[in-house]
Design a protein around this ligand. Structure first.
Ligand SMILES: Cc1cc2nc3c(=O)[nH]c(=O)nc-3n(C[C@H](O)[C@H](O)[C@H](O)COP(=O)(O)OP(=O)(O)OC[C@H]3O[C@@H](n4cnc5c(N)ncnc54)[C@H](O)[C@@H]3O)c2cc1C
Length: 278
């Protein structure tokens, strides 16, 4: 149908981004192709070391799923999106396809090994998440393609993650957010992935902050280096949620807290995490 209807047609998933944009007349599609009528597009499966999410899987289904909780940071992400009304309708596929710079999924999934399946009537291809998100509101999807599935590798033993966002209220996007995923070997950090949200046109991998942790034990000194490097990697804009300086400082505080929680989880502790409200 996308191919027949041409450039002006849009896919409809949960409608939680597209319908508000249509109400504001920022989007004015000629046709809506409703994915909700296609059966078998909503599922969460563990398969050969991966978690597989059908594109139409709602945030709430991920929030309550014991399978998804195999990766705690994935549960944190789903549980923290907006309010229950948005989580009941919004989908993981729609969130990634929208590529909103303030969206939560891309930030979290950027710290894991994530691929997306793109499907059209000429075939299927698999794209890594960093290659899929090209810019703000821009993905690698062609006009006649849809995102059909999200594949996330389950991290190895000794891993733990945390996702923290600073928000002014539940149904608004975060002022800034940070996702951290660590893999520990005893006291040494074997691997680290850190992504920053709402402080750039896309989720930003804070590579220097990761390097500050890798191969080190996590001490006040390594934490401080990771914080400084994460603040330097942020590229925020001043807006109604705060000045650029304020957001940069916020990133530093969130990185420290998220690393501390990720470390406790990597050591096998059960830690409940919620977003921080102003
Ligand atoms: C009040 C409110 C607060 C919100 N707060 C947050 C928040 O704090 N954090 C957060 O992450 N999100 C938030 N959201 C957005 C929410 O998470 C949406 O679910 C998400 O952005 C889009 O998913 P959707 O399924 O609703 O997509 P839709 O709105 O249906 O579609 C969004 C876009 O993606 C395209 N699309 C949808 N599915 C596919 C697919 N399978 N393949 C290709 N293209 C597709 C559509 O054509 C459209 O362009 C909020 C939304 C609202 C209304």
């Amino acid at each position: 149908m996308l191919r027949q209807l041409g450039d002006e047609a849009r896919l409809l998933a949960g409608g939680q981004s597209l319908i508000p944009l249509m109400k504001l007349r920022f989007a004015n599609p000629s046709h809506l192709v409703d994915l909700n009528f296609i059966s078998g597009t909503s599922y969460i499966r563990e398969d050969n070391g991966d978690l597989r999410f059908g594109a139409l899987t709602r945030h709430v289904e991920i929030e309550v799923s014991a399978v998804a909780a195999r990766i705690p940071i994935v549960h944190d992400c789903a549980a923290g999106i907006a309010d229950v009304q948005v989580r009941n309708r919004g989908t993981i596929g729609g969130s990634l396809a929208e590529a909103d710079p303030s969206g939560d999924w891309a930030v979290v999934l950027m710290t894991l090994s994530t691929e997306v399946r793109c499907l059209s009537n000429t075939g299927e291809r698999t794209v890594s998440l960093p290659a899929f998100i090209k810019d703000a509101y821009t993905t690698a999807l062609a006009q006649d393609e849809l995102l059909s599935e999200v594949l996330v590798k389950i991290p190895p033993k000794g891993s733990g993650g945390a996702y923290l966002a600073f928000k002014r209220a539940a149904p608004v996007y975060p002022t800034a957010s940070v996702a951290v995923q660590l893999t520990m070997e005893g006291e040494i950090c074997k691997d680290a992935a850190i992504a920053l949200g709402c402080v750039g046109l896309t989720a930003i991998r804070a590579k220097d902050a990761e390097a500050a942790l890798r191969g080190q034990s996590i001490s006040e000194k390594t934490l401080a280096s990771a914080q400084d490097a994460a603040c330097a990697a942020a590229d925020p804009q001043s807006d109604m949620r705060g000045s650029a300086d304020y957001k940069r400082n916020l990133v530093g505080a969130l990185v420290k807290r998220a690393i501390e929680i990720a470390l406790r989880r990597a050591r096998g502790e059960r830690v409940e995490v919620g977003h921080i409200y102003a």
